[in-house]
Design a protein around this ligand. Sequence first.
Ligand SMILES: *Cc1c(COP(=O)(O)O)cnc(C)c1O
Length: 231
Amino acid sequence: MESDGIAARLARVRERIERARERAGRAEAVTLVAVTKTHPAETVQAAIHAGVADVGENRVQELEAKVAAVGRSAVRWHLIGHLQRNKVGKALPLFDLIHSLDSERLAQALSAEAVKTGATARALVEINSVGEASKGGFGAESAVDAVARMAELPGLALVGMMTMAPFTDDSATVRRAFATTRRTCEEAARQVAGFRAEHLSMGMSNDFEIAVEEGATLVRVGSSIFGERDA
Ligand SMILES: *Cc1c(COP(=O)(O)O)cnc(C)c1O
């Protein structure tokens, strides 16, 4: 898509975020993570030109290519897709925040790599908020115990939670998924000293306004800005 189109769509998305924030009477800022997966590095450049400071990718290989083309410090890079443990070494230097910490084994691998390289892995704990078998992440009931164990791992900074709402037109179901994640995050912050409830990553093109109303601080929006992706 052309740069002008991106700038206009971006402005519209920002406006909708702002209105949702006002409706909910929320004072804190909401950060837009522009999801550029499947689009070329030129699209990332166009987004940066239009004022984007946070970019999300869901695959390590694609993240690597775009970081190489655009620059590691050009934006904050967010890894939003499942990370295989054998790619932790490659991925860790490339992202500022991983939204998709979906298992204790991945937490252990990130911790080990961070300790080895003197880095800190900043991560959001992924919540499978309605218990869908097709999705990864921690069930809301077991998440706080898991967070307590993962918070002990060196080199790993747990700074919030992320969820993907179920794919449905039923906004009540979507809202419930976001509210469950917010409550789980608040509960973890109450119970686990090493957990920081700084970020709630919730909301995509279809549901980011509901997510903002339910407390999202990071929304991950792709197709509303860059157009539909090829299947
Ligand atoms: C692709 C993706 C998004 C963005 O989806 P859109 O519907 O294009 O806005 C958000 N979060 C995750 C985890 C994704 O994989």
